[in-house]
Design a protein around this ligand. Structure first.
Ligand code: RP5
Length: 164
């Protein structure tokens, strides 16, 4: 079974991450949700990342706000792919988190999604996992078809009723 670790820097990040947890479970991906911090629990973060592959994880999703070093620190200690979610912080609207996560030095990439874009992180994770777990592919196709149908329906409703 595909297995992902979803790691956040603080419990205050959890509401932002809930859509990712829901999305991963909807694709029957096992998800271990953890709180650990690059700054407050650096040993825990490093040790978790170092042993993630042998503990059966396929990839890591890491979310943090402010000086958001967690995804990069996790990426430093593993060869697994790391997807970063910048969490919107109270003062700089998440730009601080975004730049902290996306501007990694050469050699240590973090696949960064948009600010608070936890759902996109989960979908990207499933797309990556589908390379190893082909049973995910038809589910991804169905998900895209459902999105398309919803947009077509809203367009048709607009054409029928709206004077814009
Ligand atoms: C980061 O600092 C966390 O990821 C969180 O987004 C932010 C604030 O943390 P708390 O002060 O709410 O614990 O490490």
């Amino acid at each position: 079974m595909p297995k992902v670790a979803l790691i956040m820097g603080s419990q205050s990040d959890l509401p932002t991450l809930q859509p990712a947890i829901k999305r991963l479970r909807s694709f029957e991906v096992e998800v271990e949700v953890r709180i650990m911090s690059a700054h407050r629990t650096p040993d825990l973060a490093a040790n978790f990342s170092k042993s993630a592959r042998e503990n059966g994880f396929d990839l890591l999703i890491a979310a943090a706000g402010k000086a958001a070093h967690l995804p990069g620190v996790l990426a430093a200690f593993t060869t697994l792919p790391v997807i970063g979610v910048p969490v919107k912080s109270s003062f700089l609207d998440g730009m601080d988190s975004l730049l902290s996560i996306v501007q990694m030095p050469p050699g240590i990439p973090v696949a960064t999604v948009g600010i608070d874009a936890a759902d996109n992180a989960a979908i990207l994770a499933v797309q990556m996992l589908a390379l190893k777990y082909p049973e995910l592919e038809p589910k991804l196709k169905a998900f895209k078809a459902e999105m398309e149908a919803k947009v077509l329906e809203t367009d048709q409703n607009l054409q029928k009723g709206a004077n814009c």
